[in-house]
Ligand binder design. Structure first.
Ligand code: OOG
Ligand code: NI
Length: 267
């Protein structure tokens, strides 16, 4: 079981760093031995709430590995719904999965997204590699722009498909850094741009979770009618604080998550 979990996260990581070169550099910057001492707090995945590929279809790949659903979150303005999953072995990364609520979007957006999703082979969704299989359709630049005007989230999924949207460093587990502020300072000194929406640090000790993130890298995307650079994935940093019983708070904070989503906005 643990080998399967390790394999899944290692495949997700390989796919993620291929479009997020800054993550590899930051990983080396934060780790003391530059290798295995950076622990993942969580990863996140995105999808649409169409039955064929909805949140639950993604979650199924984690449930078989022993993951359990532990919290749900609503994002009214962004028209998103999310759940987070934990493994009984608390050293395993948590998983945050969101889905766009299509019925709250325009008819035009719904039509576009259904046309994309119709192109997915149903068998691909249960295949072992689905969570890092990218996009299963072709798209042109005008369609991407139309989605982008209404929902940055929809536009992101239309280009990048199924893959880890970000990995998150557990600041608690870092040997060379104590606070999230000191991590942010090191990142800025090394020239990485942080997401400042809602402030560089989202959350507080009161809500038991402080988070920050880079602004997504840009990577080359092939459209039907040409190629261009599009925001890809970002890297997040999380410091958790103890609850009354002494255990670290294991959940997420909707108000902070709302701002973290914006890490894939264009620079
Ligand atoms: C997820 C944003 C929320 C967190 O840690 O609160 C999040 C996303 O951008 O897909 O990751
Ligand atoms: Ni996150």
């Amino acid at each position: 079981m643990h080998n399967q979990i390790n394999d899944l996260f290692s495949n997700l990581w390989q796919d993620y760093v291929a479009v997020t070169p800054s993550a590899k550099k930051i990983h080396a910057l934060l780790g003391s031995s530059q290798q295995d001492d950076v622990q993942n707090d969580h990863i996140a995945l995105r999808t649409f709430n169409i039955e064929k590929i909805n949140l639950e279809k993604l979650a199924a790949h984690f449930r078989v590995l022993g993951y359990v659903e532990c919290g749900e979150y609503h994002f009214e303005t962004k028209k998103l719904y999310a759940k987070h999953f934990e493994h009984p072995d608390a050293t395993q990364p948590k998983v945050f999965i969101s889905e766009l609520l299509l019925e709250k979007c325009s008819a035009e957006l719904q039509t576009i997204v259904h046309k994309l999703v119709d192109q997915i082979d149903a068998a691909a969704v249960t295949a072992d590699n689905f969570l890092y299989s990218g996009r299963h359709w072709d798209i042109d630049q005008a369609t991407y722009e139309t989605l982008l005007e209404e929902s940055e989230y929809a536009a992101w999924v239309s280009v990048w498909g199924f893959r880890a949207n970000h990995f998150t460093v557990s600041v608690n587990a870092l040997k060379n850094f104590e606070t999230l502020g000191s991590v942010n300072d090191a990142l800025k000194a090394a020239g990485f741009a942080l997401n400042t929406s809602g402030g560089e640090i989202k959350g507080s000790e009161e809500v038991k979770l402080k988070q920050s993130s880079t602004l997504a890298d840009e990577a080359m995307v092939e459209f039907i009618d040409g190629k261009r650079m599009i925001p890809s994935c970002f890297y997040e940093f999380a410091r958790r604080f103890p609850m009354d019983d002494g255990r670290l708070y294991p959940g997420f904070v909707a108000a902070s998550a709302d701002k973290i989503f914006e890490s894939t906005n264009a620079r």
